[in-house]
Design a protein around this ligand. Sequence first.
Ligand SMILES: Nc1ncnc2c1ncn2[C@@H]1O[C@H](COP(=O)(O)OP(=O)(O)OP(=O)(O)O)[C@@H](O)[C@H]1O
Length: 528
Amino acid sequence: MPRPPSDASSLLVMRGIVKQFPGVRALDGVDLEVRAGEVHCLLGQNGAGKSTLIKILSGAHEPDEGEVLLDGSPVRLAPPTAAMGQGIATIYQELDLVDGLSVTENIFLGHEPATLGFSRRAEADRATAELLKRLGHGEIRPRTEVGSLSPAHKQIVSMARALSHSARLIIMDEPSAALDHDEVGNLFRVIRDLTSQGVAVIYISHRLEEIREIGDRVTVLKDGRTVAVGLAAKDTPTSKIVALMTGRNVEYVFPPRRGRGAHEGRPEVLRVENLTLRGRFADVSFSIRAGEIVGLAGLVGSGRSEIIEAIYGARRAGGRVVLDGRTVRPGSTTRAVRMGMGLAPEERKAQALLLDHPVAQNITLASLSRYTRPRWLGWLDRRAEFAEAERLSQALDIRPPDPRRPIRTLSGGNQQKAVLGRWLAEDRKLLLLDEPTRGVDVGARAELYALVRKLADDGIGVLLVSSEVPEVLGLADRVLVVREGRIVHEAPAEDLDEHRVLDLVMVSAGQLPGPDAANPPTEGAFHD
Ligand SMILES: Nc1ncnc2c1ncn2[C@@H]1O[C@H](COP(=O)(O)OP(=O)(O)OP(=O)(O)O)[C@@H](O)[C@H]1O
């Protein structure tokens, strides 16, 4: 691989970086060169080594070999305080904010009061308010507890923290993953503002269309090696980038649908009647037939994830949920699972994974009863369990291909695949997918889409929530558009396009449905 030129404008040069973990050479001689004032995109499939590289840059890992130069001089970046001292700030995919602390406390945690000379809280709050305003989010209050903020607002707090360190290099690990369309626009505006002041941004994303919009240059990693250095983002065709990432030509296509009206007359697997959760959503009614994939499109905060959670029993909403002809008691996820629902939740780490357990156990977690022999004795057939986990991990291309590894040691995208594998392992009637491809690379996305379609073809119903409108339009048969907690439109996916959906989801200056909305909450409605 050609060595990156370290011309005068290089802010950062990394050469020959090696990082070995037990059994995995995560980085095997990586080169990177970043210029002041540019957005440098770092691309690669799940497990290619992107996070490991940025952990080295942020001082969390020390490289085994290789050198790092900042402004032409060799530097040591570990521990993280050293990287911060060099003006490197990182915004992680799983935001490392403390929920129980205020916005101000999170932003100035660690360098207050000594470094900045802040002695009074009010002064810190003022500085916080200023940073938030600069990021276009003056409405976030400095004293608010971070735990009560939306994912998008948490991200803004994380960025404010980076700015508070007067960073000259900001690393953003999938910053758009939790954001929807207009918030991504705001993020790009902030990034342009930063780069015009000479700040360099390393931008990691699995959404290739973003690269062209915000990126100046691109470096591609594959299996811990650099396969392309500093390509011009705007002039390199997406197909070339994908081929570099995957080593093959992947067509970014969705599996074929069954066609219009194909599900008419098939049994209803899910019927939702007047589902209402005060302040979140109201009067939500729809049904899903066997073999059908229904997409919920809407902005973050529109109520789409809460609707899924209420169907699953994780929220006690009023109204009625009927699965395969039987009413699901609200507020009991155990019962929902027993009746045949599966949920792949949005926040996989918090909600879904046993981090210290092997990949295999994480996959078979929900379906252990299938491997107990005989059933009444409850003896677990580990071999059968493992064989199934291995089959699914191959089908989903989970890397490294070793189901015995603790899931903690897998890259984020590969962990996500294991969460999905869990529900594919079990005979489900209904699969609820909340942001199923967040953090999943292009190659694996195509495989995932194909798997979900195959499950539907086998007869299950699927309810899909995704911030990526093209994903909802490409995968679903029918789309329900949610705005301010209500279904405002319903149509076959092929009758909609991205523009139309975005028009429909945009929030007017309305109110969230309250108790006195058209349909009063049914008994048992959850008040918060
Ligand atoms: N702490 C660790 N212990 C063992 N192996 C690890 C550890 N951290 C990362 N790895 C391995 O190093 C490789 C690179 O992982 P990394 O997280 O850097 O990938 P990535 O490109 O960021 O992927 P993604 O897009 O899925 O986030 C993977 O094979 C991963 O399993």
